[in-house]
Design a protein around this ligand. Structure first.
Ligand code: CMP
Length: 139
């Protein structure tokens, strides 16, 4: 089934100049980039985006990291896009991520892990709508 998912190139990968290499991997893996924008998240936007993690020990660190520099937010589309993008990113912790994955190649730690991807169809619809209202399939 053709799906859409939300991808973010996080501040660590942006600052290190990895955005082009990550986008190349996305295209080489057959995704269409439906939307793409470089933005600076406000604290409120970052807190709202990661609201499900509020109360976790790493929440404040996560929000501070996500507002520490520009990010690239994208809507990716392909068959089975949600799982396919999570597979291409690799495990949350780069140390656990498979060889050749984006987090293995470009991430440094659980927090500084280069990229984000929606974890379910429900999250994808919410996250796409968060940055690109009226884009996603569910509207
Ligand atoms: P992401 O896919 O953006 O979704 C939530 C993020 O929380 C996750 O990637 C990690 O970068 C971050 N995260 C999860 N666990 C930790 C942790 N123990 N310490 C710091 N950040 C974390």
């Amino acid at each position: 089934m053709i799906e859409q998912t939300l991808a973010i190139i996080k501040p660590d990968a942006m600052a290190a100049g990895y955005a082009d290499a990550i986008i190349k991997q996305i295209l080489n893996n057959g995704f269409n980039i439906i939307q793409k924008e470089e933005i600076n998240l406000s604290k409120e936007e970052a807190e709202g985006f990661y609201a499900e993690h509020k109360g976790r020990s790493f929440f404040d660190e996560l929000v501070e990291f996500m507002i520490s520099g520009p990010v690239t937010v994208m809507v990716l589309e392909k068959d089975n896009a949600i799982l396919a993008w999570r597979d291409l990113m690799g495990a949350t912790d780069p140390a656990q991520a498979a060889e050749g994955t984006i987090r293995k190649l470009f991430g440094a730690s659980k927090g500084n892990n280069a990229s984000h991807g929606s974890d379910s169809a429900t999250s994808a619809a919410r996250e796409i709508d968060y940055f690109f209202p009226k884009t996603c399939c569910s509207h």
